[in-house]
Design a protein around this ligand. Structure first.
Ligand SMILES: [Zn+2]
Length: 341
């Protein structure tokens, strides 16, 4: 995918700068066909047509794969509510960072199988489920777009995704020597709830609670808003978390200070998670001791984005195996990772 985007697609741009358009027309047509067939081949030879192809050609920041140029807003206006909500979510800041991630280590790379599943979610391509797989193990009907499989509470997939994103944030703070604790016990006088992470915030001289959540823009209660407003699902989840923590009390009668770290399943970042990463980036010093916030942000946007897509793909793969071969196929996520590589 990186070779296609960075080497093949750009070749014609270079030629177009110094060649008369009529001379280039035939080559440009062939070039477009090659781009399309290679992209389709990367996704397992699926037929990419109509709006899906239009979306694929958009820049990454507008929800595409940056293959050629076309219009994003038109797609949002002509699609269904689900399409519009998906397109709005994937054009959010940082949502497509996994596509720019150079696979220099395992943490920055997706297996081929995971790439196909993550790219299918991004494009709204149907999953290849067998005709007999119509119901989830929880009894609800399945949709070929993977919404139910991703969000179903049964089977532990959503907990695994959540926890792996928590660990990723923890790794980010450890890289800055930020002291923090994961799920500290007996913190509140009001309940046994545990924040995902508690970290000392030197700018305000106190501890802050971090709570990680993955929100899906297609949830029934948010779909309509998510189809018309960018980031609506993340915003709503942030409000729910603030409300929940405002009921808690710390010893001494203090109310905890919460920063919700919300991602939308398609990749969009919640406003407060972005602001928190900005804040952390100010603490970063490179090898020569200089503050270099943009390097730090790019690094962690990509790392978290790859992790989120890996979570989506692994959960989908695991559940697709269970609905296809039966619920007793109880494979761990690591085994699934291997079997689809
Ligand atoms: Zn289910």
């Amino acid at each position: 995918m990186l070779l296609l985007r960075y080497c093949h697609t750009t070749r014609l741009n270079q030629l177009a700068r110094g060649t008369c358009p009529e001379t280039l027309a035939q080559a440009a047509t062939i070039h477009d066909k090659q781009t399309k067939s290679t992209f389709s081949c990367l996704l397992g030879n699926v037929d990419i047509t109509g709006n899906m192809w239009k979306q694929a050609t958009l820049p990454v920041r507008l929800g595409g794969f940056e293959l050629v140029q076309s219009k994003a807003d038109q797609l949002i206006e002509t699609g269904s509510n689900r399409d519009a909500a998906r397109l709005r979510s994937i054009r959010g800041k940082g949502a497509g960072a996994w596509l720019d991630s150079i696979p220099s280590s395992e943490k920055f790379a997706l297996s081929s199988g995971n790439f196909v599943l993550a790219a299918s979610l991004r494009l709204g391509l149907p999953l290849s489920l067998p005709p007999w797989a119509t119901k989830c193990e929880c009894g609800k009907s399945l949709d070929v777009e993977g919404y139910h499989l991703l969000t179903c509470k049964m089977g532990g997939g959503s907990v695994w995704s959540h926890n792996s994103v928590v660990l990723c944030w923890s790794e980010c703070m450890s890289s800055l020597q930020c002291r923090h604790q994961i799920e500290p016990k007996d913190r509140y006088t009001t309940s046994n709830n545990r924040a995902d992470i508690v970290v000392f915030d030197s700018t305000c001289g106190g501890n802050v609670e971090l709570d990680v959540a993955l929100a899906h823009p297609w949830s029934q209660d948010i779909l309509r808003s998510a189809a018309t407003t960018d980031g609506a699902a993340a915003r709503r989840r942030e409000d729910i978390k603030h409300n929940k923590y405002s009921q808690e009390q710390l010893p001494g009668g203090y109310t905890p200070t919460l920063i919700p770290l919300v991602f939308e399943h398609f990749g969009g970042w919640g406003e407060e998670a972005s602001t928190f990463l900005n804040k952390l980036s100010k603490l970063y010093r490179d090898e020569e001791g200089r503050n270099n916030p943009s390097d730090f942000k790019t690094h962690w946007r990509r790392r978290l984005s790859v992790q989120l897509q890996r979570c989506n793909a692994s959960v989908l793969a695991r559940k697709m195996i269970r609905v296809t071969y039966g619920q007793n196929t109880d494979q761990s996520l690591d085994v699934v990772q291997l079997s689809i590589q």
